[in-house]
Ligand binder design. Structure first.
Ligand SMILES: Nc1nc2c(ncn2[C@@H]2O[C@@H]3COP(=O)(O)O[C@H]3[C@H]2O)c(=O)[nH]1
Ligand SMILES: [Mg+2]
Ligand SMILES: [Zn+2]
Length: 475
């Protein structure tokens, strides 16, 4: 198909004509629309919305339906801005974020205890140096962990509370599929779509979750994701939406208990909280505060779970406050299990265990097998970008490589070891994806499809198409 004109009106005022060729990449198509709207193009900060005259959203991709000057689409350009000043909703969120800071700052209180121990030990000839070093690092960490810096800035970063958008039935239905276009939504809209998932699973009613608490919780989560190229709030939304989509296309949501669905939602939402943009290998090799606090054992995943439960510890944002004690205990255990399972260092171990269960005939009656199943669903969702249509998934590869290259550049500059898959001299988009899809994604999704039905057409075939696409790029 040749290139064709698409007629648009920017924000309903300025008329423009853009030329679309199906050979353009999604980034090129977006940049053409940004140029028409006279805004600079940056994937992460700008959300483009294209509406038909009747108000229906048109997906921005290689197959925008042609129109005429009489049926112009309306282009809206949205930017997630953080306005100064606080609405009444903001204060409790700041309080909750303060709690994150206070909890991590608790490490400081340990210092007194260790100082006492040290005096005691010196009297007996014991050198307490090792203990002191780690506690000082923990104290140091409390000042340097990004969540705490953000707490100090949060007054400036929080957006005024925006009323809930009226999502159409079509949007609510699309949300249940892996084809959902995650680029069309601003951050507050993604937060409301997350809220909708709790509603749809009947969890708000069952667990008596207060609407205001839910919104504060999601706002607090949103503020506790960093603006990394890849590990940001939109990634959190993608993972949660894909988990929600997987439950629907496989029908497994009917086999899961409400508590398991609650666990899956909260775990996905919290799974990369406060990710610093540098992976566990960096944390460990650079002896960062996180690696010291967590003794090199999944430092990031432990931190994500700790930040999540700090947010949940504050009554203002505790969406689990009406669970019974035993339900809360179980939910907490399972959420932590799910988040810790996202450390790819444990990939082989979890795959082998699940393979054993799958080959023996998966037993839904066995609690250990159910736990592993929900961990595997979270793992699938976490690495699922290539399940999405190409125009949705491709920008994520650029973002991931940007984050990887920033890390390896820094490792080189700091004299630390770096991984070849993060090295800008060695990696291309195609080589990164051929390896990752072939060796990690396909084995994982095929294994899970031995237990969950109906994955072939909506989930596995798109992954195979992505593999073919990237293979064709390597020539
Ligand atoms: N090359 C490549 N790596 C990915 C992709 N999706 C996820 N990953 C990696 O898998 C990891 C899963 O956990 P993280 O989100 O911490 O970091 C992720 C990336 O390192 C992808 O599409 N391509
Ligand atoms: Mg992670
Ligand atoms: Zn993730």
């Amino acid at each position: 198909m040749d290139s064709y004109s698409v007629y648009i009106s920017v924000e309903g005022k300025l008329n423009e004509t853009v030329r679309i060729a199906p050979s353009l990449s999604i980034q090129e198509i977006r940049s053409v629309f940004c140029a028409a709207a006279d805004v600079s193009y940056e994937t992460r900060d700008v959300v483009l919305k294209l509406y038909r005259p009747d108000g229906i959203l048109v997906p921005i991709g290689p197959h925008i339906p042609p129109n005429s000057p009489e049926t112009r689409y309306i282009l809206q350009v949205k930017q997630d801005k953080y306005l100064p000043g606080a609405s009444s909703e903001v204060k409790p969120v700041i309080d909750a974020l303060d709690a994150v800071s206070a909890l991590l700052g608790d490490a400081l209180k340990l210092k007194d205890k260790v100082d006492k121990l040290k005096r005691h030990a010196h009297a007996g000839g014991f050198d307490g140096a090792v203990g002191t070093a780690s506690v000082e690092s923990a104290a140091h960490a409390s000042k340097n962990i990004p969540a705490i810096r953000r707490v100090q800035q949060v007054g400036l970063r929080l957006e005024e509370t925006v009323p809930k958008p009226d999502f159409s039935d079509e949007v609510k239905e699309n949300l249940k599929h892996p084809t959902f276009d995650i680029w069309q939504w601003q951050e507050h809209e993604m937060a409301y779509l997350l809220e909708h998932m709790f509603v749809e699973f009947g969890l708000i009613e069952l667990y008596k979750i207060d609407e205001t608490k839910m919104r504060r919780f999601l706002q607090c989560v949103r503020c506790s994701y960093n603006n990394n190229p890849f590990h940001n709030f939109r990634h959190c939304f993608c993972v949660t939406q894909m988990m929600y989509g997987l439950l629907h296309v496989t029908g497994v949501h009917e086999k899961l208990t409400p508590l398991e669905k609650l666990v899956l939602l909260v775990a996905c939402i919290g799974h990369d909280l406060d990710h610093p943009g540098f992976n566990n290998a960096y944390q460990i090799n650079a002896s960062t505060e996180l690696s010291i606090i967590y003794n090199d054992i999944s430092p990031l995943e432990n931190h994500h779970a700790a930040v999540l439960f700090t947010i949940l510890k504050s009554d203002e944002t505790n969406i689990l406050s009406n669970l019974s004690n035993s339900e809360y205990k179980e939910a907490r255990k399972q959420i932590i299990n799910c988040i810790l399972a996202t450390d790819m260092a444990r990939h082989g171990e979890l795959m082998a265990k699940f393979k054993g269960y799958a080959e023996a005939g998966f037993n839904y009656e066995d609690p250990a097998q159910r736990t592993l199943l929900i961990q595997m669903i979270v793992k699938c969702a976490d690495i699922s970008n290539e399940v999405r249509p190409q125009h949705v998934s491709e920008p994520w590869v650029d973002s991931l490589l940007e984050e990887f290259f920033t890390q390896s550049d820094r490792e080189k500059a700091e004299g630390l070891p770096w991984a070849p898959f993060m090295d800008r001299q060695k990696v291309t988009k195609a080589s990164a994806q051929v390896g990752f899809i072939g060796f990690v994604m396909i084995p994982l999704f095929e294994l899970v499809s031995k237990v969950l039905p109906n994955m072939e057409e909506p989930v596995i075939q798109p992954i195979r198409r992505a593999l073919d696409y990237y293979k064709s790029m390597t020539g």
